[in-house]
Design a protein around this ligand. Structure first.
Ligand SMILES: N[C@@H](CCC(=O)N[C@@H](CS)C(=O)NCC(=O)O)C(=O)O
Length: 205
């Protein structure tokens, strides 16, 4: 069995990695789980920017949350958490993973960076960037809303690692206040994710 070390801190993208590890039923050692791990020399030896999350799998470093989610899902083929490499469904995983990062997550993050003091000091905020990021996020969210109009999961009518990656964007978009009442399918999709035993996202009260 592989040894897995997860560098994490709860309110970060490491939530995606903890979730897939729990779905996979794999044991892992949690490192950090404190804000001080960010930017530390130890973390920089695994993640070049000193950002979270990162993992060591049998001592080999791997970073980028969605790459970690994909790798962990591949480690347990019997759990059917991701399609086989080379299959058409796997191409769809790659498609939605890229869409999540390029069309959704970056805009939700830009919104937060330019409006929340805990990420960047107020004097570095660019308020206009929030308006633009919201427009871009909502354009992609509308496409996802349409995609989810007749299905419960993003690929193959079953839960997969891709749902962790996609639903995280909606989760983050809620914190940026970019997800509104115009996307009811996104709300019900996220609610379905909250119901999963291993979901790490904090459901709204
Ligand atoms: N693209 C990276 C982004 C990682 C990232 O920005 N992590 C944040 C926490 S969610 C962080 O550690 N930020 C610290 C910093 O910007 O120095 C991923 O998806 O893993």
């Amino acid at each position: 069995m592989a040894t897995i070390v997860l560098y994490e801190y709860e309110p970060t993208r490491s939530l995606k990695c903890r979730w897939i590890l729990q779905e996979a039923g794999l044991e892992y050692e949690s490192k950090g789980n404190d804000v001080s791990i960010i930017g530390s020399d130890e973390l920089k030896s695994v993640q070049p920017l000193g950002k979270l999350p990162a993992v060591l799998i049998d001592g080999e470093p791997l970073f980028e949350a969605s790459a970690i989610v994909t790798k962990i899902a591949d480690m347990v083929p019997e759990k059917n958490l991701i399609a086989k490499p080379g299959s058409w469904e796997r191409a769809l995983h790659d498609q939605w993973m890229c869409f999540a990062h390029a069309e959704l997550e970056c805009w939700a993050w830009t919104g937060l960076l330019n409006s929340r003091d805990f990420l960047l000091p107020e004097e570095q905020h660019i308020p206009q960037a929030v308006i633009q990021a919201k427009l871009m996020f909502q354009r992609a969210a509308a496409a996802l809303e349409q995609e989810l109009s007749d299905k419960e999961y993003i690929i193959g009518n079953r839960f997969s690692a891709t749902d962790i990656i996609i639903s995280y964007c909606i989760y983050l978009g809620r914190f940026s206040e970019f997800v509104d009442e115009t996307t009811p399918n996104l709300h019900s999709y996220l609610a379905r994710m909250y119901e999963r035993e291993h979901c790490t996202f904090a459901a709204p009260e």
